[in-house]
Design a protein around this ligand. Structure first.
Ligand code: BG6
Ligand code: MG
Length: 221
């Protein structure tokens, strides 16, 4: 029986994945590195400093900066990102999400945020969705996706058995993390991008999500 649904945030609850991409792209361009949307798939779900490392390796600049300089670059990216979040309102919640959260609430099934982002509380407040979540996992100090830890922590906070949880993700690293945690992995996006990473089912849009469909797909009725 389904015990909890664990949600990634960026690119699942709302379209902030595009703001991460914009902010990284601008920062990378300033140091002479080009990033395209295909490379960006490998950044999704990855913690901030790790993302920067990947970008530097991509541009063959991994030995160029001191730790302090790297922290400054990541800070610049985050400042730009947070500025982009200023316009976020409840209308920016992806279609079908609020309805699904309401169905979960009506059925007493906890929803938990399992995001790598330190900006998760800020975003959930802007969307006015915080009350729908039983908990927001604090990603600091635990191994990031594709390691299973964030999802295992989310299950633990909901008091749920991992094998009775569904994880919802738009990133390759996140899908891997859900599978490594022994949970049913729902992808939001494209089958050819998320399928190879182990997604059990992929929906093109959050519009297609419903509790009934998830229960049937995951065989957790
Ligand atoms: C993930 C995003 O949710 O959070 C990544 O998919 C991002 O793109 C990561 O780098 C960390 O986010 P933040 O807001 O803490 O920099
Ligand atoms: Mg995401």
């Amino acid at each position: 029986k389904l015990q909890a649904v664990l949600f990634d945030l960026d690119g699942v609850i709302t379209d902030t994945a595009k703001y991460h991409f914009t902010a990284w792209k601008q920062m990378a361009e300033r140091i002479g590195i080009e990033i395209d949307s295909e490379f960006n798939e490998s950044l999704k779900g990855i913690e901030r400093m790790q993302s920067l490392e990947r970008i530097l390796i991509h541009g063959q600049q991994e030995h160029k900066y001191t730790q302090e300089e790297k922290e400054r670059l990541a800070q610049q990216k985050n400042d730009e990102y947070v500025a982009l979040l200023a316009s976020l309102t409840p209308e920016d919640t992806y279609p079908g999400i609020k309805e699904l959260l309401q169905q979960l609430r009506d059925n007493g099934i906890p929803a938990v945020i399992a995001s790598a982002s330190k900006n998760a509380p800020l975003i959930l407040d802007a969307l006015q969705l915080r009350d729908y979540f039983h908990a927001i996992v604090d990603p600091s100090g635990i191994p990031g996706k594709p390691q299973p830890d964030i999802f295992l922590k989310a299950a633990e906070q909901a008091g749920a058995d991992p094998s009775c949880c569904i994880g919802v993700e738009d990133s390759q690293a996140g899908i891997e993390a859900i599978r490594a945690a022994g949970m049913y992995a729902v992808g939001i996006g494209e089958e050819n991008i998320l399928g190879p990473f182990g997604a059990d089912i992929v929906y093109a849009s959050t519009r297609e999500l419903s509790l009934q469909k998830l229960l049937a797909a995951a065989n957790l009725e």
